[in-house]
Design a binder for this molecule. Structure first.
Ligand code: SF4
Length: 450
């Protein structure tokens, strides 16, 4: 297995499986708490229900146009964990170099153990580039990640999302029609969006987080904008401020606010754009004075973290080092010791030379795996309730076995394809990001002085 990043150590005594923890809770063998006992079921039981299913994003609205997963064949639903493991291993062995399996940091352990690469969404899309001869790229993540892999891969390569119901509620909060409408309203305030002022700046540069649909990346590309990741958001905002008076930031308000605040942008110059209100709910003056307009989006997983959890961790674990993801609300980032991307968190833990207690504010599957892989440290999730990303959790080994065995049989199922009219400008926005900061540069985060 090629490891871009972390893999659990086989000799580790700890069980990194969140699924095992949830099943133990449901069976009454654990006193821990989960946000939804339905998580112990096979995802095919709730793929057909409206909404995102049990887990962190269960309360979020799922767009009507989202892809729907067809019924998983019964043989995969009935198979035991051991049978699915054996079938996945056998299918991968048969396919050999014809397939690459990518696993996101937040993916469940039972799937990650079959991944050729493990990383964040952009690392994984780049990992696929190292296999130009592979016929299929099986992306065990969520929909926008598979779209990004399709944008960056060869046209003859099929990018496969094992369960089409694995969307991302945050990405879905920036709907392309609402974004186009927002742009028109901003044009009414700012005038010609291509006109430069005396400083050579256009009125606004759109910036989208990697966690957005290809349609949004395409919009950004068409309007002189750029994509960012949680690792390079500050570099990308600097790029945007060299070209525009303001930034329109999609879809995660928290990443936008936390990054801009760390760069010294005053909060009063960061109005929020609520697409359901005229002018986003802001006044004309607020829009005119804005430096960063924040789209009204958020990650339901990272929104669960609170200042109270950090205070409790500090009381119960003297000397604890608190690191949170910048998708967390601003108050949580301010209360933590450090904030940074998933890769930053992983590197920070691996770089600690002395045994350390870490309280981590990001998705529990990654935290469990980090804890298992680094037994010299005490590592726990800030949120005491076991509540994984519900959409990532849709990728069950049953779906992975199904897509791989379909490939063995000569059938490509669940292919994700971005249409050319969207793909071309979306690639442009990604290329601008690569030019602003090459992906090989180290992941950055920030440390709070307090
Ligand atoms: S953790 Fe949040 S941003 Fe990431 S896939 Fe899940 S809902 Fe989307």
């Amino acid at each position: 297995m090629t490891t871009l990043t972390l893999q659990p150590r086989p000799e580790s005594p700890a069980d990194p499986s969140v699924d095992h923890v949830i099943r133990a809770i449901v069976a009454g063998d654990s006193t821990a708490e989960t946000c939804n006992t339905d998580l112990a079921e096979g995802p095919w039981n709730f793929d057909i229900r409206p909404g995102y299913g049990p887990g962190s994003s269960m309360g979020d609205v799922i767009p009507t146009g989202s892809p729907r997963q067809g019924e998983l064949p019964q043989e995969y639903r009935d198979a035991t964990d051991e049978e699915l493991d054996a079938r996945i291993i056998a299918a991968k062995a048969t396919l050999g170099d014809r397939v690459v399996v990518l696993g996101h940091f937040y993916q469940r352990e039972e799937v990650i153990r079959h991944a050729d690469y493990v990383g964040d969404s952009f690392q994984l899309a780049n990992a696929a580039l190292e296999h130009p001869d592979a016929e299929a790229i099986v992306f065990c993540g969520v929909h926008f990640m598979a779209e990004t892999a399709d944008l960056l891969s060869q046209p003859r390569q099929a990018v496969i999302l094992p369960n089409l119901a694995a969307g991302c509620s945050m990405a879905d909060m920036a709907d392309i029609d609402q974004v186009e409408e927002c742009w028109e309203q901003l044009e009414d305030v700012y005038g010609d969006m291509d006109a430069v002022d005396g400083d050579g700046l256009v009125p606004v540069i759109p910036v989208t987080y990697m966690n957005s649909s290809a349609a949004i990346k395409g919009f950004v590309g068409r309007h002189g904008g750029i994509v960012c990741t949680s690792s390079n958001a500050q570099t990308v905002l600097e790029w945007a401020f060299e070209r525009g008076r303001r930034v329109l930031f999609f879809p995660d308000q928290h990443l936008g606010r936390n990054t801009a605040k760390a760069m010294g942008v005053p909060l009063e110059q960061m109005p929020m754009w609520n697409p359901r209100k005229p002018l986003g709910g802001a006044s004309v003056t607020e829009i005119e004075d804005a430096r960063v307009i924040l789209w009204h989006g958020f990650c339901s997983v990272h929104r669960r973290f609170t200042v109270e959890q950090i205070e409790t961790a500090r009381i119960e674990h003297l000397g604890v080092r608190v690191i949170v993801h910048p998708e967390c609300p601003m108050a949580v980032v301010d209360a933590a010791d450090e904030a940074g991307s998933t890769d930053y968190i992983r590197r920070a833990i691996e770089a600690a030379t002395e045994p350390t207690t870490f309280a981590i504010g990001t998705e529990v599957n990654l935290v469990q795996r980090l804890a298992a892989a680094n037994p010299q440290h005490e590592i726990f999730c800030l949120d005491p309730v076991v509540c994984p990303c519900s959409t990532m959790y849709r990728i069950h080994p049953g779906y992975l076995a199904w897509v791989l065995e379909s490939l063995v049989a000569g059938a490509v199922v669940n292919r994700i394809t971005v249409p050319a009219d969207v793909a071309d400008p979306a690639r442009l926005a990604l290329e601008r990001m690569l030019a602003a900061k090459p992906p090989a540069a180290p992941a950055s985060g920030w440390t709070n002085a307090s």
